[in-house]
Design a protein around this ligand. Sequence first.
Ligand code: PLP
Length: 476
Amino acid sequence: MQAVNISHVDVSHAGVASLGTSLPDISQLGVESLWHPMTQHKPLWKTPPPHIVKGDGCTITTADGKSYLDAVAGIWCVNVGYGRQELAEVAYKQMMDLAYLSPTMSHEPGIKLAHKLLNLLDMEGRVYFSSSGSEANEAAFKMVWQYHAQSGKSCAFPRHKIIARHRAYHGNTLGGMSATGQAERKMGYGPIVPGFIHIPPPYPYRRNEHFTPAEHGLEMARTLEETIIHEGAESIAAFIMEPMISGGGVLIPPDEYLPAVRNICSKYGVLLIFDEVVSGFGRTGEMFGHQHWQGVQADIVTFAKGIASGYMPLAATAVRQEIFDAFQGEAGDLSHFRHINTYGGHPVATAVGAKNIQIIEEERLVENSRTLGAYFKSQLAEVFGEHPYVGEIRGKGLLIGIEMVADQKTKEPLETEKVATVIAKTKEEGVLIGRNGNTVPGLANVLVMSPPLIAQQKDIDRVVDALGVGLQSILF
Ligand code: PLP
């Protein structure tokens, strides 16, 4: 590796513009020092990733002045868009007032945000804060295990198994990874945590065509029930699901699925966990993804990403009162939740989170997600509906996926290189989109789009135009 003197990097002005001129190109410096997630590094030596110095609205800009419309909002998280001064001001003020507090104590931003989340969920209960979606799910798993051990409802053996679904992502920690139903995220990282069982999610596009979508939804719910019965209901602690699978390929369940799942979980005493890490905070056109199904409530809901629009690492695990009550013993016993995150409920993060939700409400971003998402889907259908490699355009709100196939009849997934080419060409047009990479072998064929919820029609038009160039490029 080339020796680099960074002693004269001027950190008093953010950004590469302030770097001393004798330094090598900052992108190259990054190639020599950063270990990026989800990245095969060898090719980076030839084409380093762009060095981004600025974000504003839906746009991010490189050091040499090239702008991209970020049609994935970071990693589905910058819901209120980049460069929000209100959030910076709240963070600044909170840092000056109280920069840190042990999560065993209370502070106003944390109290207010917990209260707000319970209100939005219409839930009586408690909120446990952490810093990432993985941690929020990890806390949920430990809570359900301990709840069953202490609730007095288990038979001889406390319930411990957790059912999750193929295609879903629930995090990179051991529990989160074990719950994840994506083979490529787990290969080589075993042994994983025992007791996680996977069932298929509804996948209307690839359903057995003897079933209507509604029947398919109910059939998939029946798979849950059969799994519970065959594993022994008394051994099942919880079922975790995203209301809509996001990173696993944007899979939207038929309307019949969630209510049926709720009934099955209640029937067998299985706690239902909704992972709203992506689908929360307006992403799908309701404040929370599960709120598309009125009256369907979870026992536990996990949040991250849009809770602070990515401005701060913040996550939360909200539980119903009955679950919290099972943790209330006597001082000195072990019935309390023996789990802590140093940065959980960080005062600055919760202050930013509360302000972020205020912005989402005041600017009616949930409504914008709903109407703009409908426009987005209709434009995609109009422009690309006849494209030979477009299998299905689907989504809710501003969570959109396009499943790419080599053959519309057989639905054979389009080869990886072609999907990658679409993304690369779209990027050359100045628009960033993503895909369900490294999920299920052979099925990384879904293009994903989730622009900030502040996007306007002109932004969507730009995404569609750029994508048009990308999709055109694989036709010849
Ligand atoms: N759950 C879902 C549905 C996610 O998409 C993610 C991350 O993308 C996580 C959990 C984990 O969140 P984090 O990366 O903040 O740990």
